[in-house]
Structure formats: C-alpha cells, structure tokens
Design a protein around this ligand. Structure first.
Ligand SMILES: Nc1ncnc2c1ncn2[C@@H]1O[C@H](COP(=O)(O)OP(=O)(O)OP(=O)(O)O)[C@@H](O)[C@H]1O
Ligand SMILES: Nc1nc2c(ncn2[C@@H]2O[C@H](COP(=O)(O)O)[C@@H](O)[C@H]2O)c(=O)[nH]1
Length: 198
C-alpha cells in the first residue's frame, strides 16, 4: 500500500476517539482522510451511510469477507465491524494520511499486515468516567452499555502489552489530549504538507 503512513486510533468505546478524530479532520481537512469501516450495527441518529460507516447486513459483510475484501474484521458488542481494502485505498489514492478507528482486535489483526501505521490508544481517565460519557452520549441501551464496559476493561488490560501502541493518550482534558495527538502526528503532517508543494 502506498502514500503517507496511516494512523490507527483505538481504545475503549466512549474514550473519545471520534471526538478527537473530528477535530483532526476539521483542522487538517485535506491532510487526513477517514477509513470508512463496514458495520452491521444500526445507524445512530445523524450518522450517514458511506460517511460514518458502510451500514450492511451480516450476510453482505460475510460475503465480502469471504471474497477477501477486508484487511481486518472483528465482532464487537454483538456486531461485526471491519476495514475493507477499498476504504484504505480510497484515502491513500488522495495522498492523505489514512486514519482508522478500530477496536483492539483490529489492532492485533492490522499488526499482521503490511500497513505499518502509527498505533495510538485513546483511554478514559477511569472506568467510572467512561461509563458517564457513554451514558451521557445516549447512544446505548442498558444491555449494549454493559457490553461496551466489559469490552473496555478487556481493552485496557490488553493495551498494557509492551510495544502494542506507539502512544497512549489519557483523554481527560480534551484540548490536552488533542495537543498530544497532534504532537505525535506532526512529522507525518509536515511530510504530507511538503509533498503537496513539490
Ligand atoms: N475529554 C472529554 N471530556 C468530556 N467528555 C468527552 C471528552 N472526550 C469525549 N467526550 C464525550 O464522550 C462521549 C464519547 O466520545 P466519543 O463518541 O468520541 O468516543 P469514541 O471513543 O469515539 O466511542 P466509540 O468507540 O463508541 O465510537 C461523547 O459524548 C463525547 O462528547
Ligand atoms: N476492528 C474494528 N473495529 C472497529 C471498526 N470500526 C469501528 N470499530 C470499533 O468498534 C467499536 C464500536 O464503534 P461504534 O461506532 O459502534 O461505537 C469502537 O471501539 C470502534 O473503534 C473496524 O473497521 N474494525
């Protein structure tokens, strides 16, 4: 795969990955491009098919997986999620830094590929704060919220593995977390900006 080095944002559901990503995509509109994943979960109010996710049925997704069209895929909280080759290629074709928002299973699977991204884990200051953020977001049922909290505990344990992530960001103060994120990506941002000039 070609183009600048991709970026993987991972971490528990509700830690603030999408919030940080939206800021990054807004501030560096033409520099970063989002890898639009496939999922079998239902769209949330305001989510747009093809922009936030490709919303598909389990059958559709399994067919594409069987056809070898996915770089990685995982089951998360009762739904399938996955990154298609096409999603990454679409961003790289624009010579943009491709950002993937994926769970920790996805991280482990991407490690087996030749994508070579920068791996960043976004983590909450505590499980209690994570729970409050997920409740306040009002996207989950009680059942899915509990599943996500269970997955979060596993994620936080697994992410302690030495070398799994290049950077762990504790997203307590949003501006501080964003500044840390920009800091680790600065070199890649500069390289991409320079390549646009030549
Ligand atoms: N630093 C912060 N302080 C307070 N609230 C925050 C902070 N960062 C994010 N939030 C809020 O927490 C909620 C969860 O954030 P967000 O949706 O970005 O998480 P996520 O990691 O992308 O979750 P998911 O993996 O489920 O998509 C949102 O309502 C967001 O506004
Ligand atoms: N392994 C993958 N995980 C993914 C992908 N796209 C999103 N995700 C992760 O799923 C959970 C839940 O997301 P939500 O939008 O339902 O809140 C979150 O941790 C995402 O990072 C993917 O393509 N592969």
């Amino acid at each position: 795969m070609q183009g600048p080095r991709p970026v993987v944002l991972s971490g528990p559901s509700g830690a603030g990955k999408s919030t940080l990503l939206k800021k990054l995509l807004k501030d560096y509109e033409n520099i970063f491009g989002f890898s639009v994943s496939h999922t079998t979960r239902q769209p949330r109010p305001g989510e747009v098919n093809g922009k936030d996710y490709h919303f598909v049925t389990r059958e559709e997704m399994q067919k594409e997986i069987d056809a070898g069209e996915f770089i990685e895929h995982a089951e998360f909280s009762g739904n399938m999620y996955g990154t298609s080759k096409g999603a990454v290629q679409a961003v790289q074709a624009q010579n943009q830094i491709c950002v993937l928002d994926i769970d920790i299973q996805g991280v482990k699977n991407i490690k087996r590929t030749d994508l070579n991204p920068i791996y960043i884990s976004v983590q909450p200051p505590s499980i209690d704060i994570l729970e409050k953020r997920l409740r306040d977001r009002k996207t989950e049922t009680e059942e899915s919220l509990l599943k996500r909290l269970t997955a979060a505990r596993v994620d936080l344990e697994l992410s302690k593995e030495p070398g799994l992530f290049d950077l762990v960001i504790i997203n307590d103060d949003l501006e501080k977390a964003y500044s840390e994120l920009k800091g680790v990506l600065l070199e890649e941002i500069k390289k991409t900006q320079e390549s646009r000039k030549s």
